[in-house]
Design a protein around this ligand. Structure first.
Ligand SMILES: Cc1cc2nc3c(=O)[nH]c(=O)nc-3n(C[C@H](O)[C@H](O)[C@H](O)COP(=O)(O)OP(=O)(O)OC[C@H]3O[C@@H](n4cnc5c(N)ncnc54)[C@H](O)[C@@H]3O)c2cc1C
Length: 397
């Protein structure tokens, strides 16, 4: 293989580039990314980037790199790659292995790594000034500047992880926050009802109103086009100076329409991150690997080595078997989850107490632990996570 093009130049794309060089690939390497930035870390965008000025302006980094940078000048030089930033891939011609760019350039390449991540879902209708989604550094920068204008009534639409983190950050900044969630309880698909209820209590602990079981009809704006209120489907009207919508993401596959790749909730791959089209692999939020798509930092990083190994081998010789893992920081509480929870799995608290917002829970199925959840219990969580990752785990503890 003489040339590899990575589309999507952020977390999974960077890890794929690193894996290519680490696994001995010495051919031409090109990374295409539609954001103007070198790879940066997204998880802080809803957390300390909003609350800590040092994180936002980069002064927290002793090396003086750009805010949240995932790489540095030395590594960039070592990767010996061409970086096409601020450049969007618009079409993939799989027959000729050609990537069409919005600059008019067409890259023909031997191998392709798809790493375009996901894009936030948006509410239908116009988005007035003062309303935000949160995916990119630029989104977070704009939100942060708006929050800095003074005390605001913030309405967060969507009580999932990103919505909850934004609510916590805005509360820490002294804003008055309301979270609107369409489901009867947020995070049930991820955590199950019992544990989701315990996590939802965090909002109330910090004076954040959580309105559940109601959708949003529209965002109201004043004559200048600035948001003034959120109208709910149950008729209530919430006055708002700032609105943040966190209602999930869609894998960024629009540009792959007509490519012949199987697209259904992401790019469908086998367990080795390989698509059915030779020499095309997918990693990170855009990849549906063996039927499952993760939207987690750790999956994006772990899949890269497997995908690249198979790309260079020319077929799937290695599969990705890592245990799903994610974390979330809300109101000073670190939530950690690992494993394969299925509906019906029964959570059992084995350490700590929900009243202290600090506990460890195992989810059990047929006498086995299927998953583990912790609130502010990082050490025992990591021990159980390691145990779960062992192929032969059968403990219920
Ligand atoms: C605010 C926020 C907080 C998060 N917090 C956590 C957390 O606490 N814990 C956790 O586990 N995970 C968290 N995540 C999720 C985690 O950041 C993602 O899983 C991870 O970023 C996925 O990496 P990726 O490289 O697949 O996608 P991305 O990081 O989205 O990178 C994809 C890149 O491809 C670019 N791109 C898209 N289409 C094209 C195109 N056609 N041409 C060129 N470039 C394109 C995108 O602009 C982007 O730069 C968070 C995410 C967000 C947004």
């Amino acid at each position: 293989m003489k040339s590899v093009t990575v589309i999507g130049a952020c977390l999974a794309g960077l890890y794929a580039a690193r894996a290519l060089r680490a696994q001995g690939y010495d051919g031409r390497l090109t990374l295409v990314g539609d954001e103007p930035h070198l790879p940066y870390d997204r998880p802080p965008l809803s957390k300390e980037f909003l609350t800590d000025p040092a994180t936002a302006d980069g002064s927290a980094d002793p090396a003086g790199e750009a805010p949240l940078a995932l790489t540095d000048a030395e590594e960039i030089a070592g990767l010996d790659a061409e970086w096409l930033l601020g450049t969007r891939a618009t079409r993939l011609d799989t027959r000729h292995r050609a990537v069409h760019l919005d600059t008019g350039r067409v890259l023909t390449t031997d191998g392709i790594v798809l790493a375009t991540g996901a894009a936030p879902r948006r509410l239908p209708g116009p988005a007035p000034a003062g309303s935000y989604t949160l995916r990119t550094l630029d989104d977070a920068g704009a939100l942060r500047a708006d929050l800095a204008r003074g005390p605001a009534r913030v309405v967060v639409i969507g009580g999932g992880f990103i919505g909850a983190e934004v609510a916590a950050s805005c509360t820490a900044l002294g804003h008055q926050v309301t979270v609107v969630e369409a489901a009867p309880l947020p995070l049930v698909p991820q955590l199950g009802e019992k544990m989701a209820e315990l996590c939802a209590r965090l909002h109330g602990d910090h004076g954040v109103a959580l309105l559940t079981g109601t959708g949003v009809r529209e965002l109201r704006a004043d004559g200048d086009g600035r948001v003034t209120a959120v109208e709910l489907t149950d008729g209530r009207l919430l006055t708002a100076d700032i609105v943040v919508t966190g209602i999930g993401v869609r894998p960024a596959t629009d540009w792959l329409a007509g490519s012949g790749l199987p697209l259904a909730d992401g790019v469908r791959c086998d367990a080795g991150c390989a698509t059915p089209i030779p020499a095309i692999v997918a990693v990170g939020d855009v990849a549906q690997v063996a039927g499952a798509r993760a939207e987690h930092w750790t999956s994006a990083t772990e899949q890269a080595a497997t995908a690249v190994h198979n790309l260079l081998a020319g077929r799937t010789v290695r599969t990705h078997r890592a245990l799903p893992y994610f974390w979330s920081d809300q109101y000073g509480v670190r939530i950690q989850f690992a494993g394969h929870r299925a509906p019906g799995d029964v959570p059992r608290i084995v350490e700590g107490s929900p009243d202290d917002r600090s506990f460890l829970a195992r989810y059990e199925r047929d006498g086995r632990t299927s998953a583990v959840l912790a609130l502010n219990r990082p050490r025992p969580f990591m021990r159980l996570r390691r145990e779960l990752a062992r192929p032969s785990h059968a403990t219920t503890g």
